[in-house]
Design a protein around this ligand. Structure first.
Ligand SMILES: NC(=O)c1ccc[n+]([C@@H]2O[C@H](COP(=O)([O-])OP(=O)(O)OC[C@H]3O[C@@H](n4cnc5c(N)ncnc54)[C@H](O)[C@@H]3O)[C@@H](O)[C@H]2O)c1
Length: 344
């Protein structure tokens, strides 16, 4: 990809300016901090366009992406919409010759990732996914301890999230829109895990349970699983597990990651970590607070890549790995057996 002149200011847009977390505002603020110029917002909901204008008075607003692409000279478009719309909206932007960032999860299926990767490569366009949590304080802290050898050789990672209770009634609870219970935080957990275990993946097994909460939600037979579990085996014998549930409030809290090594265990949540090492017969536990998140590094890397030819951190191939695992887990569950990995 030919870099822009270093003083070029990339003109950007977002599609989707949702109210749930006001994450669209975060994107535009981080783009600005990276020297980009937010130019336009598209959202099908006029109230959200009004919210965007209140946050960014000079912003152009559109009800429809096609109109934005036709009328606005933006160079980079970020897709911040429900999961099942990422692939078609990203393809529309690539076909219009724009660089594309999708929110996580990149897409729902591996096949959708492959089509987008091919479309971007054939047009020499940037394609990436907003894995802002790649720079979370908890994973920056964890990788420093683990790479320093404090738990010896990594054997296993367990990622857990859950609480007992009926899921919300928004699109996040619909299987066909969200992709399933694993696709929201699962994408973040897998991005964490792949920073710790870098070996190629070998096979994926998935299981799940449904039918308890579904009938009580808006989505009924289209509801997400009540809980789902994935096991990934890596070359070299390491393995990781991921479980997201609405059937249990685990004693250790709603979210945690455990990394087991040959000489210790490292456990973290978003705020704290706990490092337990074995010294002969003695067990020593050290607890600490994670460092602050560095989410802004995401768009800084996009700018450095497009303007100065720096390597892209979240390549589409990196973003495809979590999707491949989640896609294979769903297919494995239906097939009642583990499945070989096609993109190790
Ligand atoms: N990286 C993070 O930390 C993080 C945090 C929150 C959300 N997200 C992700 O952001 C995405 C959106 O989540 P959200 O919480 O903002 O959801 P949301 O429901 O609050 O907002 C989605 C917005 O998209 C708009 N929309 C839907 N289809 C559209 C279309 N075809 N064209 C234009 N606008 C459309 C809706 O009107 C809505 O305003 C998801 O992928 C979610 O996983 C990521």
């Amino acid at each position: 990809m030919k870099p822009y002149p270093p003083d070029h200011r990339l003109r950007t847009a977002v599609v989707g300016y949702g109210a749930a977390y006001n994450i669209g505002r975060q994107h535009l603020q981080e783009m600005e901090a990276a020297g980009m110029v937010p130019v336009a917002v598209a959202d099908t909901d006029p109230a959200r366009l009004e919210a965007a204008r209140a946050d960014f008075p000079d912003i152009q607003t559109y009800r429809d992406l096609t109109e934005l692409l036709a009328r606005s000279e933006v160079e980079l478009v970020t897709i911040i919409t429900p999961h099942n719309t990422h692939a078609p909206l990203a393809m529309t932007c690539l076909e219009a010759g724009r660089h594309v960032v999708t929110e996580k999860p990149f897409t729902i299926t591996t096949d959708q990732c492959d089509r987008l990767i091919k479309a971007a490569a054939s047009r020499d366009l940037l394609l990436s996914t907003y894995h802002n949590r790649h720079w979370d304080g908890c994973i920056l802290e964890a990788t420093e301890h683990i790479k320093a050898g404090r738990i010896g050789q990594v054997v296993r990672i367990d990622c857990r999230m859950g609480r007992y209770g009926r899921p919300g009634q928004t699109w996040r609870g619909s299987k066909s829109i969200s992709g399933g219970i694993l696709y929201d935080w699962g994408a973040h957990f897998l991005d964490y895990a792949f920073q710790i275990i870098t070996a190629p993946m070998v096979e994926v097994a998935g299981v799940g349970w449904e039918g308890h909460w579904g009938p009580q939600t808006t989505w009924k037979e289209d509801a997400n699983e009540d809980e789902a579990f994935v096991l990934v085996r890596f070359e070299g014998g390491q393995w990781l597990t991921l479980r997201v549930t609405c059937l249990e409030t685990p004693p250790a809290g709603t979210f945690w990651v455990t990394v087991v090594g040959t000489e210790g265990t490292y456990r973290f949540d978003l705020r704290d970590y706990e490092l337990t090492t074995l010294k002969g017969e003695e067990t020593v536990t050290v607890r600490g607070r994670n460092r602050p998140n560095q989410s802004h590094c995401y768009y800084q890397n996009i700018a450095d890549h497009l303007l100065a030819g720096q390597p892209l951190v979240i390549t589409p191939q990196w973003a495809r790995r979590p999707i491949h695992v989640l896609d294979l887990a769903g297919r494995s569950r239906l097939a009642n057996r583990s499945l070989a990995v096609e993109h190790p």
